[in-house]
Design a protein around this ligand. Structure first.
Ligand SMILES: [Zn+2]
Ligand SMILES: [Zn+2]
Ligand SMILES: [Zn+2]
Length: 265
């Protein structure tokens, strides 16, 4: 936020003040034992997010990217890795079979593979994959508009705690896994907070939104001890502002994810 060409209340505030601007959601993972860091999703704000990780973890190095799916907010930051910019060598990119196929066969992403800026590693949904000895991830396939690839969220397992990063899902009822069962036992859950409520999009058919509403998600998770934060907020979302919606959410025991939030796993 702000979104190109938009003059909604949130975007007007963001155009007027840099402090009101927000990056596209991503999550950095740092293994302090090995000095390696990873990024879940290469967003259009990859440049700033790379710099933020370098600043937060001086001396550590980028050791790989994990991509949830092939929608613009989640993979187009790969463009910075190629010949015209960083020209990295052999950076591991972890994705599902369909995501990797998409990158391997479509320009301009194909060039990153052909010129070996990136090396594709295939992730099997529902299986644990070790990024380092102390950092293990499991992709969970979720229902979503899968035009170019399927879509996953990631459970991240550190030496003692687990976190879920799930920025996009069509709806909880369309998922074979009951949400409360997935969340129970996790230390932290960063969930799809695209839209707060149906009022946010006057004149739009709710069934076509393709995201759960924050009000609905919060109702499903009341009473769980997990630290639940909503991320991946649409520019229209009133949770960007300090107002009654944010107050309501916090009264339910939930928060909005912010750039710079950190957890130790
Ligand atoms: Zn806007
Ligand atoms: Zn998406
Ligand atoms: Zn998205």
């Amino acid at each position: 936020m702000p979104q190109a060409g938009c003059a909604c209340e949130n975007c007007r505030a963001a155009w007027a003040s840099a402090e009101q601007r927000h990056w596209v959601s991503a999550l950095g993972l740092l293994d302090t034992d090995t000095g390696q860091w990873f990024l879940i999703d290469a967003t259009p704000d990859f440049r700033e997010q790379f710099h933020a990780m370098q600043t937060a973890a001086p001396g550590a190095r980028l050791a790989g990217l994990l991509i949830t799916h092939a929608h613009v907010g989640h993979y187009t930051g790969l463009i910075h890795l190629g010949y015209e910019a960083m020209a990295v060598r052999g950076l591991p990119v972890h994705g599902t079979h369909t995501l990797n196929d998409f990158l391997r066969t479509h320009a301009p992403w194909r060039q990153l593979v052909d010129q070996e800026n990136i090396v594709l590693h295939e992730l099997t949904p529902d299986e644990w994959h070790a990024l380092t000895p102390g950092l293990v991830v499991m992709p969970l396939r979720v229902p979503h508009r899968d035009e170019w690839s399927d879509t996953v969220g990631f459970v991240v397992h550190g030496p003692s705690r687990q976190l879920l990063y799930l920025p996009d899902i069509d709806g909880w009822d369309q998922w074979a896994r009951p949400l409360r069962d997935v969340i129970a036992g996790l230390e932290v859950a960063l969930l799809d907070g695209s839209f707060f409520s149906a009022d946010e999009l006057p004149g739009r058919d709710l069934s076509k939104i393709g995201h759960p509403l924050v009000t609905d998600t919060a109702a499903r998770l009341t009473g769980l001890p997990t630290d639940v934060r909503f991320v991946h907020l649409n520019h229209s979302n009133p949770l960007h502002r300090h107002g009654p919606e944010r107050t309501w959410l916090e009264a339910q025991g939930f928060k909005v994810g912010e750039a710079g939030d950190e957890w130790e796993l």
